[in-house]
Write a protein that binds this ligand. Structure first.
Ligand code: FEO
Length: 384
């Protein structure tokens, strides 16, 4: 597949993966992207997951059409992209590997060698001339690991963006970009908003016609749309108005309260209410929704004088990704010593710029007149 006259797609689709990065369900699989640039010299951009070495080497060989690769550029050392570095360099013993100094340290850790005799160390702004294509390397630490570089080819105005602008889903699956790109971004890169902002500032100085990420489709049109979403996500602004109710329920009483709140909010004209059962629904989707919308209700039974384990895990996912700039409300349930709201509030103590609803709903075992009244009051506050 041609990206431009000289740049070819040589990646693979993975429909076998059970959990991407050991934790994310990917119902439509994953793509591990890799590219070949043909010029006076030839370069291969990154490798693919271990399990697809054979297929990928076949793709590379077909794109090279009888030529030898001069360079292997390693932008990111996470194994979904680097697992075949050692294999590639054995198959092509004359190829030179290009990567950041930190990436070479990681190669030593993963492969037992840092290729001291056949390498070029890429630094901020350093270049590699292939002929008419000159690759400029831009460091992108913590997007998503510290060794990451992205690469700009001014000739074809292509940005090879490493994990940036990637998404879950294989390339032969038809699905909306934003939904799975958001779940991917918030899940995997969400903690590193400041670093993504720094990279976006560098990218703003480049004339970009095409973005070639390591996951997801090559982006060629309407790039402002994708850049704008990345700007929103990495600056921790809400993307849309809406209320997410994330709950845990043991015997259904907290669930009943949550359903009453959702129904009341809808009746009061709220057009976007998302309810998620943290024990049963996809946690990554729940985390994504919390970052997507501007208001969040946390509802949990008290459990061992703490919160229910799935809620604890959910709030931890939020705080480790710098959850901020949102409105938050609490609903707690307890049969003898309700304490969940206090625990949830303390878990969010260090989060910046959260506005708390004045009403906290307290359910004592099951809904009663008092708790129903509190739900009405909370709904009124949230729709204001
Ligand atoms: Fe797709 Fe951070 O690796």
């Amino acid at each position: 597949m041609n990206i431009t006259k000289d740049i070819f797609y040589v990646g693979v689709n993975d429909h076998q993966v059970d959990l991407f990065e050991g934790q994310y369900v990917v119902p439509n699989g994953m793509a591990y992207n890799s590219y070949v640039i043909l010029d006076e010299k030839t370069a291969v951009m990154d490798t693919v997951d271990q399990r697809f070495g054979e297929e990928w080497l076949g793709n590379v060989s077909a794109a090279l059409a009888g030529r030898k690769p001069d360079y292997l550029v390693v932008q990111h050392m996470e194994p979904d992209h680097s697992a075949n570095v050692s294999r590639f360099l054995s198959v092509y013993p004359e190829a030179v590997v290009v990567a950041s100094a930190k990436a070479f340290t990681m190669m030593k850790q993963f492969f037992g060698t840092d290729y001291a005799d056949r390498r070029i160390v890429a630094t901020e702004g350093s270049t590699l001339t292939l002929g008419k294509h000159t690759l400029t390397f831009v460091t992108a630490p913590m997007v998503h690991w510290p060794e990451v570089i992205v690469t700009y080819d001014a000739c074809d105005k292509v940005l090879f963006s490493a994990d940036g602008f990637g998404k879950f889903g294989a390339l032969d699956a038809q699905e909306d970009w934003a939904c799975e790109a958001r779940r991917y971004y918030i899940g995997i890169v969400g903690k590193y908003g400041a670093q993504v902002q720094a990279l976006l500032k560098k990218a703003a100085k480049l004339d970009i016609a095409t973005i070639c990420p390591l996951h997801g489709p090559v982006l060629t049109e309407n790039l402002g749309y994708y850049l704008n979403l990345y700007d929103i996500w990495s600056s921790y602004r809400a993307e849309s108005e809406g209320i997410v109710i994330a709950y845990c329920s043991i015997y259904g009483h907290t669930k009943e309260a949550v359903e009453l709140l959702a129904k009341t909010l809808t009746e009061k004209g709220c057009t976007k209410v998302t309810v998620t059962d943290l024990a049963r629904d996809d946690m990554a989707e729940a985390v994504e929704d919390a970052f997507r919308y501007n208001k969040l209700v946390l509802a949990s039974p008290t459990y061992n004088t703490d919160v229910f384990p799935f809620m604890k895990s959910f709030i931890h996912h939020l705080t480790e990704r710098n959850y901020q700039n949102r409105t938050v409300a609490f609903m707690e349930n307890g049969t003898w010593a309700p304490n969940a709201a206090k625990v949830m509030a303390s878990m969010l103590e260090k989060s910046k710029n959260l506005t708390y609803a004045g009403t906290t709903v307290r359910i004592l075992s099951a809904l009663n007149e008092d708790s129903r009244t509190q739900i009405q009051a909370l709904a009124e506050e949230l729709v204001k």
